[in-house]
Ligand binder design. Sequence first.
Ligand code: GAP
Length: 533
Amino acid sequence: MNANDFPVTLDALSALCKRRGFIFQSSEIYGGINGFWDYGPLGAELKRNIREAWWKAMVREREDVVGLDAAIIMHPRVWEASGHVGGFSDPMQSCRRCRKMFRADQVADQLRESAWLSSWTNAAASATQTDVKWDIEKAFRWLERKGSTEAPGLVARLAEAGGGRPTAEALKTLLESWNRSPETRPCPACGGELTPPRDFNLMFRTFIGALEDSSSQAYLRPETAQGIFANYLNVLDTGRVKVPFGIAQIGKAFRNEINPRNYTFRSREFEQMELEFFVRPGSDAEWHAYWVEERLKWYRSIGLPEGRLSRYVYAPNELAHYASACTDVMYRFPFGDQELEGIAARGDFDLRRHQEFSGKSMEYFDAEKNERYIPHVIEPSAGVDRIALAALCEAYREEWVPKEGGGEPKTAEPGRPPPAGYEPRTVLRLAPVLAPIKVAVFPLLKNRPELVEKSRAVYQPLRRRWSAFWDQTGAIGRRYRRQDEIGTPWCLTIDFQTLEDDTVTLRDRDTLRQERLPIAALGERIAAGLGEV
Ligand code: GAP
């Protein structure tokens, strides 16, 4: 459900995103590649708008934050110092039979969702000790009917759990033990045997230069943050900054995720927007609280409503050993409350480690207080792709709108036709600041050169300021619907009256209201709608 309580599904959203050019599966013409996504013409604009809104709030509008654009590939020692070479791993299990890989901590959840196991669970729930429905013969036949190649293995395990007899009770015992102990869980895909959990490093490896050996091995960065820590001294030396100050960076990060899922939510290539904000030791708690509030304010400013945002505050036993606090900003996606951003108080861990590994002092000299210290850091770290997905989920609506205009849209009731006089529309109610196209310009009729010419004259100055679109094809109602579906907040129509008095009709995407405005007032009206004045 979104704020309008319209139930959004990832299927409906991804269909729209593909149809209208927001998001495509990467390498689709070759069958796609799991965990990678391409952003089409409108998705590229949406992501650019998210980055720009973040950069404006975090860098341009502040005097205490500067920007950075570090290389993706860094010295491999960076990742030893950061702990990623030794510790950035997920415990993995692979199936000895079907070879699929699973994150050990997700096997229990995936088992619960697996179709074959739920049939067994239902059968077990309806069987009783006295009414034994499951004996070896029946279990075999049932499995054969299901086409399972796992019958012998599963029935043997059942028999083992039931002291030689695969009863309903034995089935329940087996299911419980699978839920309890990682060692005995079967493969969620086929029921086969899983290997014991093994650590799997999530960093993508590559080689620098012609030789492919350990001396030339490098990594694609799994986070942008380390580029900031590695440049901390360079930025200090430019002399523009004094603690407290921050360094912000936006860029690609790569993680060889075992189980990419939920559309673009967990991908193998994604984009981060990270700030490392360096503070005086002892002021960590105060600055952490400040950044949590700032970041929530920013999410509201891009159209994610209070009611769907929440914070997850880490308990002391959930924190990394060096961290004093961590709060995740969560958004209510159709697949549950999930993290958009983590805001961590990381102490001096990162700078101290780089000092140790590089031999360069990371101390800061505070001339006013005449003291030396390694600054502590507060790290708000957000993902562009997740924010784009949240914005799309929030914006997606199916509505009924009056055919002849002159009324408000109604939320569509799923599965029901619109009432008389209404027609359905799909609309993205994106915050104007995020909308890929801000304004569309239409001549009322395409076969009247004077209207076409006038509409081009209105369009040209607008497109120099904002992303604008000119469209003369099809009936005017269809042109509105196309823009609604991609989230364009305003449409302008040039008609015969325009030729006489230089006014146009401005139609609002959300209210459907139309107003007549002088061409000369358009720039100011759109700028106001975008919060630019
Ligand atoms: N430097 C801290 C850090 O990287 P993280 O919680 O691992 O922390 C920060 O990542 C943010 O990056 C997440 O909140 C999320 O928005 C985004 N992110 C992380 N892994 C991602 C993935 N596999 N796909 C998409 N976004 C991801």
